[in-house]
Design a protein around this ligand. Sequence first.
Ligand code: NIG
Ligand code: FE
Length: 408
Amino acid sequence: MNQTVWHHLKLCAQGDPRDTIEDAAIAVDNGKIAWLGAASALPAQFAQWPREDLGGAWVTPGLVDCHTHLVYGGQRADEFAQRLAGVSYEEIARNGGGIVSTVRATRAASEAELYAQSAARLEPLLAEGVTAVEIKSGYGLELAAERKMLRVARQLGERYPVTVRTTFLGAHALPPEFAGRADDYIDEVCERMLPALADEGLVDAVDVFCERIGFSIAQSERVFEAAARRNLPVKMHAEQLSNSGGAALAARYGALSSDHLEFLDEAGVVAMKAASSVAVLLPGAYYFIRETQLPPLELLRRYEVPIAISTDSNPGTSPTTSLLLMMNMATTLFRMTVPEVLQGVTQHAARALGDAERHGTLAEGRPADFAVWDVQSLAELAYWIGRPLCARVVRGGKTVFERRLNTI
Ligand code: NIG
Ligand code: FE
């Protein structure tokens, strides 16, 4: 029996900094939270358990990064240089660069190489207190390479102390071999790739890039129908570069989330609200492609659509491995509040992940997955720019990360 009372801590159990306990304790029994609350109210039955003193530090739920493309080959710094010289993201994509250039590198990489490159991007996220991450396919765009990506994502979840939820994004871009035949490629996605990968247990959800440079509403709907036939939840890259009505379509299929959303209109917000979809905002992509159209924050607030924040970690539009930096950007660029961004990387992100039962909040009966912070105020999580703040990560009651630098 592994029993511990974590004490001398400040607790933010829901990821809402307006709802905290100043001197709290968490009793953990075999990896699960047996009790949490004010230290003064600790029930007698836990009084004799071994104790761990957290020195008065803040504790939040482990963070959730609910939208990433973390598994891919290579990087696109050259394309970044082109964009600095004035070429737009859309132009690069139309000229055979962009997503398709990462497809070439991903197809060429062995599974072991892909694993090593991806693990190097996952580690900094985990060192920031992330305990659950979504990872999409979508740089293979053929069965074998999509399988390779999803297998790597699963392996990361098996070897690192993090929950990995996989998303099949076969409809991310048109592979060169299907040039001019987008409908045929969608047939391939729906009739061959998705069924095979789902049968292999590699798919937890299905995503589509619905956009002028991605897939149309009609094509996106076919992918969602194929997902529905397999009872797989859906989500969508929607209204990133234009208002295509993707979020409303996704809502009709009960989407977990619609993501990006800079060009979302009121009708789309209303549809998302009715479907209880989460709005996943991706400030890293907004920043990196120097977007100027802001996502409709006021509408999302007015209709009380839950908002999550994520890294969108990918080589083309958001080459970041820091969720804390995204929290900072969401406040500065999107004018989101500290409570909004903190809930956006905990409880709302867990909903977008489709795993709110396990992640995003701390409560009795749930896994003891939490982050311990080297801050005096929770607002610091959104305030510092690029400063490591996570002192310790506890997963299933065990310390899986501890930051310490030896002085000489
Ligand atoms: O989330 N929008 C489409 N997909 C990615 C970008 C992928 C890439 O450029 O490699 C995104 O922004
Ligand atoms: Fe994305």
